[in-house]
Design a protein around this ligand. Structure first.
Ligand SMILES: Cc1ncc(COP(=O)(O)O)c(C=O)c1O
Length: 395
């Protein structure tokens, strides 16, 4: 007979040891009892599970987005603000670029440019290629990727493992017709039923964030967001989120682009759009920083309230702090974003809610970010707080 008292005791949330024990007893007492109320009562996580996504009908593509918005506890405490990070590393392909990949392919389908059995071609060495390779496999398209031959064998192997045809080509400047982006474009033009997704200037990328990331952030904060910041690679994320958040809040939400060394965006935005400048220097961050205003950025760049320059030292410090203080294993672009959110919190003062993007995990970068030799070669060992040197575990 089902133990009713034990069941009633197993109310949610299972916050005490007694409750958790009662739940365990109730759950094992009558495994045949499947009434809705009994199942509900046996759910020690309560509301959180009832909010879980239902079946992702379209497989991989339906599982993209709806990522959690995490409160960064230590930085929030330190600044007196709510510093929140959108956990984009939880997308099924592991990064924020899954959203762009899905929209780029869907847009081509909607325009009738891509039909069953078609081919998707892109010039990319990073997360967009991973996202596109997943999306293409799940929809039955062929995926062709061009990338500079300076990229690690690991990246080439991963894309091939995901079913992509990969062409590493000499790393030459964008102006050179042999640049990997131009080769990707020409490859697509030679085939029937093929598209070059052109993530930098195809605004279906920005649209992904206008239609999904921005609305999710607004809903998750119930409109109580004061500022948003993130870096720009193609600028799809910063442009789309800025466009949505400015529109829905009638301009109230402040939006700031965050920029690494070696990028022209900070100079351009902080000069009020007067000074584009030349690219000079470089950064340890991957996937962000830019030498021009992409078509994804152009319609929205004037909406920005400003720009935050974040040094590599600040980004690296945050890689180690996020790991130690928040339990978050994040790549350098995510940590540049977190450092920018922290600076913005300090600038705005206590009581504000600031949201940023946690683009991907550290998995693909671990051999550098946690290597003493690599940190030394970049003169970044001292950027890691002394008490966190214990995390520099690779040689
Ligand atoms: C790790 C990482 N962070 C950030 C970005 C920038 O996102 P967006 O292209 O939307 O500007 C990218 C883009 O590839 C990326 O790979």
């Amino acid at each position: 007979m089902f133990a009713r008292t034990a069941l009633r005791a197993a109310t949610r949330p299972a916050s005490t040891l007694t409750q958790r024990l009662a739940y365990a007893t109730a759950a094992t007492a009558d495994p045949q009892h499947f009434s809705a109320s009994a199942v509900e009562a046996m759910n020690p996580h309560g509301l959180e599970i009832s909010r879980a996504q239902r079946i992702a009908e379209d497989g991989f593509c339906s599982a993209i987005g709806n990522t959690p918005l995490l409160r960064l506890k230590q930085l929030s405490k330190e600044t007196g603000c709510n510093v929140l990070g959108k956990a984009e590393f939880q997308n099924p392909g592991g990064s924020v670029k899954d959203r762009a990949a899905k929209f780029l392919v869907q847009d081509a389908e909607d325009r009738g440019l891509l039909k069953p059995g078609g081919t998707v071609v892109e010039g990319t060495a990073g997360n967009t290629g991973i996202g596109l390779a997943h999306v293409c496999r799940s929809k039955g398209y062929r995926m062709v990727i061009y990338m500079p031959n300076t990229q690690s064998q690991g990246k080439v192997d991963l894309l091939r493992l995901l079913g992509a045809e990969v062409y590493p080509v000499p790393a030459v400047a964008f102006e050179n017709p042999e640049n990997y982006n131009h080769q990707a474009k020409r490859h697509a033009e030679k085939l029937d039923n093929a598209i070059w997704t052109n993530q930098f200037d195809n605004t279906a990328n920005r649209q992904a964030h206008i239609e999904t990331t921005g609305p999710e952030i607004w809903a998750q904060t119930e409109g109580k967001i004061d500022a948003f910041t993130c870096a720009s690679g193609t600028a799809g994320t910063i442009a789309g989120c800025t466009r949505y958040l400015k529109t829905v809040s009638s301009g109230r939400v402040k939006c700031y682009v965050a920029d690494p060394p070696g990028s022209v965006i900070h100079g351009y935005v902080s000069s009020g759009g007067k000074n584009l400048g030349e690219r000079a220097g470089s950064s340890i961050t991957e996937g962000i920083g830019q030498g021009r205003i992409t078509d994804n950025f152009a319609p929205d760049i004037a909406l920005l309230d400003g720009s935050l320059f974040i040094s590599d030292a600040k980004s690296i410090e945050m890689v180690y702090r996020c790991l130690d203080e928040e339990g978050l294993y994040l790549g350098a672009s995510s940590c540049l974003n977190v450092a920018a959110a922290r600076d913005l919190a300090v600038q705005m003062g206590p009581g504000h809610t600031i949201v940023t993007i946690l683009c991907d995990g550290a998995y693909r970068y671990a051999d550098r970010l946690f290597s003493r030799k690599w940190l030394e070669s970049k003169k970044l060992v001292d950027a890691v707080p002394a008490h966190l040197h214990k995390y520099i575990v690779l040689e």
